[in-house]
Design a protein around this ligand. Structure first.
Ligand code: PXP
Length: 238
């Protein structure tokens, strides 16, 4: 049964629209945990467009499950991570102009930088995951670096416009999960997953955790956060 990690960045995005106090992503994290989230995910972006440093500090104090910090290959953010000690960090690619994370990290291209961050975080006792596309080359290189955990980018699956394309992406996720497991990796997945297309991914044998944000926070606008998380937990935890 996969776990559910809830990404609360979108709560902070709403707050930042006014740059005031609410809605508070820290309060959101507490509600998510009470509603069945197994971890809280947040992304401290270089441009601080949603989560702020003070949020991360407060989240570290408040989160009782696991705090998973998404971060780019950035020295300043690495230092913050080492200071605040999230349970886990997930390295993601980051571009200023993007609306959201657009694809997996290129582990082959950025191998040396990833290795350095991996060593620094490992020394601080922070578990590292790499957000990658479900392709052999990226999985192989993650294993070569000694990384124990990856998160497959499910954007291509989530955005597929036809049933044929969606099935093809699902087969890819299934095959690459098996391949990554055989390479000794723990496999998580996420990005763009919705209430009506998450179940087939949750059913893939070997996927340990799904990280979901936008669809949950969107639904929460209409039904409240507690119910939105419970509904997604019911989809994920088969
Ligand atoms: N996993 C990673 C690595 C992400 O960057 C994001 C988006 O911040 C998510 C999961 C969640 O994606 P979504 O908000 O589309 O559910």
């Amino acid at each position: 049964m996969p776990k559910l990690g809830v990404n609360i960045d979108h709560v902070a995005t709403l707050r930042q629209a006014r740059r005031e106090f609410d809605p508070d992503p820290v309060e959101a994290a507490e509600i998510c945990e009470q509603a069945g989230a197994d971890s809280i995910v947040c992304h401290l972006r270089e441009d601080r467009r949603h989560i702020q440093d003070k949020d991360l500090k407060a989240l570290r104090r408040v989160v009782k499950t696991r705090l998973n910090l998404e971060m780019s290959l950035n020295q300043e953010i690495t230092k913050i991570a080492i200071r605040l000690r999230p349970d886990q960090a997930t390295l993601v690619p980051e571009r200023r102009q993007e609306v959201t994370t657009e694809g997996g990290l290129d582990v082959v291209k950025y191998s040396r930088r990833i290795q350095k961050i991996f060593d620094d975080l490992h020394e601080a006792g922070i578990e590292l995951s790499l957000f990658i596309d479900p392709v052999k080359e990226q999985i192989d290189q993650s294993a070569v670096l000694g990384i124990r955990m990856v998160e497959f980018h499910t954007g291509n699956y989530a955005n597929a416009k036809t049933k044929v394309a969606k099935d093809r992406e699902l087969r890819r996720l299934r095959g690459m999960t098996r391949y990554a497991q055989e390479s000794g990796l723990i496999v998580n997945a996420g990005h763009g997953l919705k209430y009506d297309d998450t179940r087939p991914v949750a059913e893939i044998e070997g996927i340990e955790e799904l990280n979901i944000g936008h669809s949950i926070i969107s639904r929460a606008v209409f039904v409240g956060l507690e119910r939105a998380v419970k509904e997604m937990a019911a989809v994920v935890k088969i």
